[in-house]
Ligand binder design. Structure first.
Ligand SMILES: NC(=O)C1=CN([C@@H]2O[C@H](COP(=O)(O)OP(=O)(O)OC[C@H]3O[C@@H](n4cnc5c(N)ncnc54)[C@H](OP(=O)(O)O)[C@@H]3O)[C@@H](O)[C@H]2O)C=CC1
Ligand SMILES: O=C(O)[C@@H]1CCC=N1
Length: 272
């Protein structure tokens, strides 16, 4: 990465997290450029990260080794088709757009080496996790560049098939929202049980943080950690039994299935 030049197309939330991660890893501001249609957004990203910003996507990718597509999935086709005449065959394209396949991007861009990724929003705190899939055209050195890019904001995991990205999207791409939903629900339930809202929120948040730290750092799995909290005939058992009687695991499986299905459906709807 020491000399890699990276251009971001779209400088919204995810791009800004990646740019922040790269800068924190020691990439010089002169190695990173980004384009965005919003003048305010350009000024904000420039002020935060000191990188050169462009209104014109074609200008931003000039001389870049890696071009990161960080626009909404709905904008991908138009963005790719407009970039096509300006892309060089050796430029690696890294897409973080949900539900846009490599085949669609190759249709729009021509034959480019492509790495398709699915990061998640904890990337903002460099606590993210991403799944990565590379097409055959991607060289070993380019794989390394893509991995280093995503590793700047968390853990990067290579996938064997592109289809697995639908599952990654369901588990970790959308995943932060499931934990936020649980935090919301536990806070509300704590309040209903008689706690002040602020107390219920603090108890919930610190419990989530502590449990996540334990699950990450422990040498036993989550099921064993759960068993250790669950005293026979105690309070946890009462709660877990209630969750399971209402089909908790099936509910989670159905929800993640819906997310994966939506990812595949987006590929069909937006891919032509
Ligand atoms: N948010 C998440 O949790 C995750 C998102 N992703 C993916 O990341 C991508 C970006 O998401 P996110 O950062 O949240 O979205 P944002 O809306 O924050 O960022 C997208 C940016 O692209 C800009 N943009 C719009 N059109 C163009 C264009 N033609 N050329 C250049 N820039 C343009 C937008 O400007 P304007 O707002 O003015 O239109 C906006 O600033 C999406 O494809 C999403 O699927 C992946 C993993 C997780
Ligand atoms: O909800 C979405 O479609 C995007 C992709 C993963 C997280 N946010």
């Amino acid at each position: 990465m020491s000399k890699t030049r990276i251009a971001f197309i779209g400088a919204g939330n995810m791009a800004a997290s990646l740019i922040g991660g790269l800068r924190a890893q020691g990439l010089d501001a002169s190695q990173i450029r980004a384009s965005d249609p919003g003048a305010e957004q350009r000024a904000k990203v420039n002020a935060e990260h000191g990188i050169e910003m462009f209104a014109d996507n074609a200008q931003a990718i000039e001389g870049a080794d890696v071009v990161v597509l960080a626009v909404k999935p709905q904008a991908m086709k138009a963005v790719c088709e407009a970039l096509k005449p300006n892309l060089k065959p050796e430029q690696l394209v890294v897409s973080i757009a949900a539900g846009i396949t490599c085949a669609s991007m190759n249709n729009w861009l021509g034959a480019q080496p492509i790495v398709r990724c699915m990061p998640n929003t904890p990337a903002l705190l460099r606590q993210g996790v991403s799944g990565l899939y590379a097409t055959h055209e991607v060289t070993a050195a380019q794989r390394q560049q893509a991995e280093q890019l995503l590793s700047a904001v968390g853990i990067a995991l290579w996938l064997d098939t592109e289809q697995q990205l639908d599952a990654v999207t369901a588990v970790s791409g959308s995943g932060p929202a499931y934990f936020f939903l649980l935090i919301e629900a536990m806070t509300a339930a704590g309040e209903k049980l008689g706690l002040p809202r602020e107390t219920a929120a603090k108890l919930t948040l610190q419990t989530a943080l502590g449990a996540a730290h334990m699950a990450v750092s422990s040498d036993v799995d989550a099921a064993e950690l759960r068993r250790r909290v669950t005293s026979p005939a105690g309070t946890t058992e009462a709660a877990i039994k209630s969750f399971q009687a209402d089909g908790f695991e099936a509910l989670v499986e159905k929800a993640l299935g819906a997310a994966a299905h939506r990812s595949a459906e987006m590929a069909e709807q937006l891919g032509n």
